[in-house]
Design a protein around this ligand. Structure first.
Ligand code: SAH
Length: 246
């Protein structure tokens, strides 16, 4: 059975993560052993009586900073020899589908959630952690970001999604956005689903979908076309789309 990386999430708020991890697709994959996700409470690694995990920034400023001792101890406790440690951070490398595919091949991912003003820089130095961002905006904590990473990585593991072929057809898988989808009824409030989808002609359907995929990518994300895997027919379609536009 195909397995993805073991995922360890280090957080101050385990209770935020657990319902999501146990639900829906991920929950089923956990139960049948395809995916292992563990949540570690950072506070359990605090060393003083008050279970302190953060402190005010040296030099002054707003917010609190996660302290070195408990955070490094928690990372070291869960990290396996080949584990890859990723601290969620808006400063980090941007997550995209290529990076998700790379992460899905790892043995273990340790995802560290920041809170407040962030983490003491020496946590990164001491553990050799990389920083990973899910987008150019600022969340209040790394938990939502860790869930995003967990979901994009685990859905690439064969058998985690019901239909094994679905990740290959998703947006970005070949560098293109996905074509539009339709289901029954054939006519909704006068809007007809494209006739080709009902033709039973699979070659035609494939051609139509590829064209729609190219059209959407051309209109919305032309930047993606530069790295997309394109064939001769694709380039012809793109020329046509350019002519239509001009
Ligand atoms: N002061 C920090 C932001 C702290 S936000 C800065 O400007 O860089 C608090 C925590 O939320 C961060 O430590 C990080 O773990 C998480 N976070 C916020 N935005 C994120 C993003 N875009 N991607 C991943 N994690 C993010």
């Amino acid at each position: 059975m195909a397995r993805g990386p073991e995922i360890d999430i280090v957080t101050l708020f385990p209770e935020l993560l657990e319902p999501f991890i146990k639900g829906a697709v991920l929950g089923a994959a956990l139960r049948d052993g395809r995916v292992q996700v563990r949540v570690t409470d950072l506070r359990a690694y605090a060393t003083d009586r008050h279970r302190t995990v953060d402190d005010t920034p040296l030099g002054g400023g707003d917010g609190m900073v996660l302290k070195c001792e408990p955070t490094v101890a928690a990372i070291e406790a869960v990290r396996q020899p080949q584990g890859r440690v990723l601290v969620l951070s808006p400063r980090g490398r941007l997550l995209d589908q290529d990076l998700a595919r790379e992460l899905a091949l790892e043995r273990q991912l340790v995802l560290v959630c920041g809170r407040y003003a962030g983490l003491d820089e020496r946590i990164l130095e001491e553990t050799g952690a990389e920083e990973l961002s899910i987008g150019d905006y600022v969340l209040s904590g790394g938990e939502a970001a860790a869930l995003v990473v967990t979901e994009v990585v685990t859905r690439l593991i064969p058998g985690v999604l019901g239909n094994p072929s679905s990740p290959e057809r998703d947006s970005f898988s070949e560098g293109l956005l996905e074509h539009p989808q339709y289901t029954r009824p054939r006519v909704f409030r006068g809007r007809r689903a494209p006739a080709v989808l009902l033709s039973g002609n699979h070659a035609e359907i494939e051609r139509y979908r590829r064209r729609e995929s190219l059209r959407l990518t051309f209109e919305r994300r032309p930047d993606l076309l530069e790295c997309a895997e394109l064939g001769e027919e694709d380039r012809r379609v793109l020329q046509e789309l350019k002519h239509e536009r001009d």
